[in-house]
Design a binder for this molecule. Structure first.
Ligand code: SF4
Length: 153
Protein backbone atom coordinates (compact mmCIF):
# COMPACT_ATOMS: atom_id res chain seq x y z
CA UNK A 1 0.00 0.00 0.00
CA UNK A 2 1.46 3.47 -0.85
CA UNK A 3 2.23 5.73 2.15
CA UNK A 4 -0.53 8.14 3.20
CA UNK A 5 -0.15 11.64 1.77
CA UNK A 6 0.75 13.17 5.16
CA UNK A 7 3.53 10.62 5.71
CA UNK A 8 4.86 11.17 2.19
CA UNK A 9 4.90 14.92 2.75
CA UNK A 10 6.76 14.64 6.07
CA UNK A 11 9.30 12.21 4.51
CA UNK A 12 9.80 14.75 1.74
CA UNK A 13 10.36 17.57 4.25
CA UNK A 14 12.73 15.40 6.25
CA UNK A 15 14.69 14.52 3.10
CA UNK A 16 15.04 18.21 2.24
CA UNK A 17 16.23 19.32 5.68
CA UNK A 18 19.68 20.94 5.29
CA UNK A 19 21.81 19.27 7.96
CA UNK A 20 25.18 18.30 6.47
CA UNK A 21 28.20 20.55 6.04
CA UNK A 22 30.17 20.39 2.79
CA UNK A 23 32.74 18.06 4.36
CA UNK A 24 30.09 15.62 5.61
CA UNK A 25 28.16 15.77 2.30
CA UNK A 26 31.40 14.98 0.46
CA UNK A 27 31.96 11.95 2.68
CA UNK A 28 28.38 10.68 2.42
CA UNK A 29 28.26 11.10 -1.37
CA UNK A 30 31.80 9.84 -1.88
CA UNK A 31 32.61 12.94 -3.95
CA UNK A 32 35.47 15.40 -3.30
CA UNK A 33 34.38 18.76 -1.85
CA UNK A 34 35.94 20.66 -4.76
CA UNK A 35 33.78 18.67 -7.24
CA UNK A 36 30.67 19.54 -5.23
CA UNK A 37 31.66 23.23 -5.44
CA UNK A 38 31.97 22.86 -9.22
CA UNK A 39 28.51 21.28 -9.44
CA UNK A 40 27.12 24.25 -7.50
CA UNK A 41 28.97 26.80 -9.66
CA UNK A 42 27.59 25.09 -12.76
CA UNK A 43 23.98 25.24 -11.56
CA UNK A 44 23.50 21.49 -11.14
CA UNK A 45 22.77 21.75 -7.43
CA UNK A 46 21.30 24.52 -5.25
CA UNK A 47 22.52 24.05 -1.67
CA UNK A 48 20.96 25.72 1.35
CA UNK A 49 22.84 28.93 2.08
CA UNK A 50 23.49 30.10 5.64
CA UNK A 51 23.79 33.82 6.42
CA UNK A 52 27.53 33.25 6.77
CA UNK A 53 27.46 32.13 3.09
CA UNK A 54 28.39 28.58 4.05
CA UNK A 55 26.39 25.81 2.48
CA UNK A 56 24.40 23.00 4.05
CA UNK A 57 23.14 19.86 2.31
CA UNK A 58 20.18 17.54 2.79
CA UNK A 59 19.70 13.83 2.23
CA UNK A 60 18.06 14.66 -1.14
CA UNK A 61 21.14 16.70 -2.05
CA UNK A 62 23.27 13.61 -1.38
CA UNK A 63 21.11 11.56 -3.80
CA UNK A 64 21.34 14.32 -6.37
CA UNK A 65 25.12 14.54 -5.99
CA UNK A 66 25.43 10.80 -6.60
CA UNK A 67 23.24 11.06 -9.70
CA UNK A 68 25.31 13.96 -11.10
CA UNK A 69 28.51 12.06 -10.35
CA UNK A 70 27.17 9.03 -12.23
CA UNK A 71 26.13 11.13 -15.25
CA UNK A 72 29.59 12.69 -15.44
CA UNK A 73 31.88 9.82 -14.53
CA UNK A 74 29.99 6.78 -15.79
CA UNK A 75 27.84 8.19 -18.61
CA UNK A 76 30.41 10.57 -20.03
CA UNK A 77 28.43 13.82 -19.82
CA UNK A 78 30.10 17.15 -19.08
CA UNK A 79 28.50 19.98 -17.09
CA UNK A 80 26.79 21.43 -20.17
CA UNK A 81 25.45 17.95 -21.00
CA UNK A 82 23.95 17.52 -17.52
CA UNK A 83 22.40 21.01 -17.71
CA UNK A 84 20.89 20.19 -21.12
CA UNK A 85 19.45 16.95 -19.74
CA UNK A 86 17.94 18.85 -16.80
CA UNK A 87 16.53 21.46 -19.20
CA UNK A 88 14.41 18.73 -20.84
CA UNK A 89 12.01 18.65 -17.88
CA UNK A 90 8.85 20.57 -18.86
CA UNK A 91 8.47 22.57 -15.66
CA UNK A 92 5.41 24.42 -17.02
CA UNK A 93 3.54 21.11 -17.27
CA UNK A 94 4.56 19.97 -13.79
CA UNK A 95 3.51 23.32 -12.30
CA UNK A 96 0.43 23.79 -14.47
CA UNK A 97 1.57 27.19 -15.73
CA UNK A 98 -0.98 29.20 -17.69
CA UNK A 99 -0.31 29.97 -21.37
CA UNK A 100 0.29 33.56 -20.30
CA UNK A 101 2.96 32.42 -17.83
CA UNK A 102 4.58 30.16 -20.40
CA UNK A 103 4.90 33.07 -22.85
CA UNK A 104 6.67 35.25 -20.31
CA UNK A 105 9.07 32.56 -19.05
CA UNK A 106 12.40 31.73 -20.70
CA UNK A 107 12.27 28.18 -19.31
CA UNK A 108 9.54 27.38 -21.84
CA UNK A 109 11.91 27.78 -24.81
CA UNK A 110 15.38 27.40 -23.29
CA UNK A 111 16.99 24.11 -24.36
CA UNK A 112 20.31 24.24 -22.58
CA UNK A 113 19.67 25.64 -19.09
CA UNK A 114 17.37 24.12 -16.46
CA UNK A 115 14.48 26.37 -15.48
CA UNK A 116 16.14 27.46 -12.21
CA UNK A 117 18.98 29.01 -14.24
CA UNK A 118 17.02 31.10 -16.76
CA UNK A 119 17.11 34.86 -16.30
CA UNK A 120 13.45 35.65 -17.07
CA UNK A 121 11.07 33.44 -15.08
CA UNK A 122 7.27 33.55 -15.36
CA UNK A 123 5.18 35.17 -12.63
CA UNK A 124 4.52 31.84 -10.91
CA UNK A 125 8.23 31.27 -10.27
CA UNK A 126 9.62 34.79 -10.07
CA UNK A 127 9.78 34.94 -6.29
CA UNK A 128 10.09 31.24 -5.57
CA UNK A 129 13.10 29.62 -4.00
CA UNK A 130 13.88 26.91 -6.57
CA UNK A 131 15.52 24.78 -3.89
CA UNK A 132 12.05 24.19 -2.45
CA UNK A 133 10.40 23.40 -5.77
CA UNK A 134 9.13 19.95 -6.82
CA UNK A 135 10.48 20.48 -10.34
CA UNK A 136 13.99 21.00 -9.03
CA UNK A 137 13.64 17.99 -6.71
CA UNK A 138 12.22 15.76 -9.45
CA UNK A 139 15.84 15.51 -10.57
CA UNK A 140 17.11 14.18 -7.23
CA UNK A 141 15.62 10.86 -8.17
CA UNK A 142 17.77 7.95 -9.23
CA UNK A 143 14.77 6.95 -11.37
CA UNK A 144 15.79 9.80 -13.69
CA UNK A 145 14.10 12.18 -16.05
CA UNK A 146 12.04 9.55 -17.88
CA UNK A 147 10.15 8.79 -14.67
CA UNK A 148 9.31 12.51 -14.41
CA UNK A 149 8.08 12.56 -18.00
CA UNK A 150 6.07 9.40 -17.46
CA UNK A 151 4.02 11.12 -14.78
CA UNK A 152 2.90 13.62 -17.43
CA UNK A 153 1.86 11.13 -20.11
S1 SF4 B 1 10.35 27.57 -9.07
FE1 SF4 B 1 12.39 27.36 -9.99
S2 SF4 B 1 12.74 25.11 -10.15
FE2 SF4 B 1 10.54 25.44 -9.91
S3 SF4 B 1 9.69 25.49 -11.97
FE3 SF4 B 1 10.13 27.63 -11.32
S4 SF4 B 1 12.15 28.12 -12.08
FE4 SF4 B 1 11.92 25.85 -12.11
Amino acid sequence: MPPAEGIEESNKLEGNRPVYTLGVAAQLAGIPAHSIRQYIDNGLLIPYKLESNRHLFSQNDISRLKLIQELIHERGLNFAGVRTLMAMVPCWALRNCSLEDQKSCDAHTENFQPCWMVSEKGSLCKNDNCRNCDVYHALDLQAGIKSVLNTLL
